[in-house]
Design a protein around this ligand. Structure first.
Ligand SMILES: C[S@@+](CC[C@H](N)C(=O)[O-])C[C@H]1O[C@@H](n2cnc3c(N)ncnc32)[C@H](O)[C@@H]1O
Length: 282
């Protein structure tokens, strides 16, 4: 399969069964393993049936057109929000009220929580359509169109930078970390959540539904945990804390969840789904 070709549904379902079988290999749950093998045999026997042989019915979008479509349903909410939000908000609770940059703020999900905690928020995002949603939620906040790698903000302007689930869209983390350091006061903090590399290495993409219910996806970049620490260190930031949040039944939503719920749970639940970092500027 080349990069442009989409996987077939049957391949993704077989892969889910395989991952589940590997994870069950040493748990001693023989009945669960037998169920996986039975379902794999059934899938293999029907792999050429039209529904399993059909390419995944989700076109690939670039970031601009993808977020223009996703903005309509983004707050639905996204599958990873339920594990990411408690950890992010606990870190927001530890910030003294001040001026915070919500970098790649999207529809302003974190901006709303920051304003609620008494911060003055500036939000930056490359997508006008995502920013429109943010402005509707917080008409008094300052939302700017801009890029993570060239932030439209002065040096040393912020007490903290927050960046939710966005670095996975960048091929490299060095420029963005240098930008976070540049716009921070000395002593400032950076709070980042991102899709955990465990998931991106296993092929997770940014899947979404458009306003009319069609599916689409944007390809995610893979950043190992050491890629974040190297880029942060090169920018002069130090690691204050790191959390790796496991996928739950509710957040492990994949193409297999409805069709093969037991295999889907065995494959994904408990794997690290979101990474939350706190960096400090000396
Ligand atoms: C998954 S959304 C996250 C939005 C928000 N931070 C949240 O956690 O709900 C990713 C956002 O990153 C933005 N984005 C991606 N690459 C960007 C870049 N290079 N510069 C600025 N924004 C970017 C997208 O437009 C999108 O709004």
């Amino acid at each position: 399969m080349t990069m442009g070709e989409k996987p077939r549904l049957g391949e993704l379902l077989l892969g889910t069964e395989g991952l589940a079988l590997l994870r069950l290999a040493f748990t001693g749950d023989e009945a669960m393993r037998d169920a996986r093998v039975t379902e794999m045999r059934d899938l293999l026997a029907h792999l050429d049936d039209p529904d399993l042989a059909a390419a995944l019915a989700a076109p690939e979008y670039d970031l601009k057109s993808g977020y223009a479509l996703w903005s309509k349903t983004y707050d639905a909410p996204l599958r990873l929000f339920s594990i990411e939000e408690p950890a992010m908000q606990a870190l927001f609770d530890m910030l003294d009220p001040g001026t915070v940059l919500d970098a790649a703020c999207g529809t302003g999900r974190h901006s709303v929580e920051l304003v609620r905690r008494g911060h003055r928020v500036v939000g930056v995002d490359r997508s006008e359509t995502m920013l429109e949603k943010a402005r509707a939620k917080l008409p008094d906040a300052d939302f700017r169109v801009g890029d993570l790698e060239a932030l439209p903000a002065d040096d040393h302007a912020f007490d903290a930078v927050v960046c939710g689930l966005a670095l996975v869209h960048l091929p490299d983390l060095h420029r963005v970390m240098a930008e976070f350091e540049r716009v921070l006061h000395p002593g400032g903090r950076v709070i980042v959540s991102d899709v955990h590399p465990f998931l991106t290495l296993l092929g997770w993409q940014a899947q979404f539904r458009t306003g009319s219910g069609d599916a689409g996806f944007m390809r995610l970049h893979r950043h190992m945990l050491s890629d974040y620490t190297k880029a942060a260190a090169a920018a002069g930031l130090w690691v204050r804390s790191l959390q790796e949040l496991p996928l739950t039944k509710e957040s492990a939503v994949t193409v297999a969840s409805e069709r093969l719920p037991e295999a889907n749970r065995a494959a994904w639940v408990g794997l690290p789904g979101v990474v939350v970092w706190e960096f400090g500027k000396p």
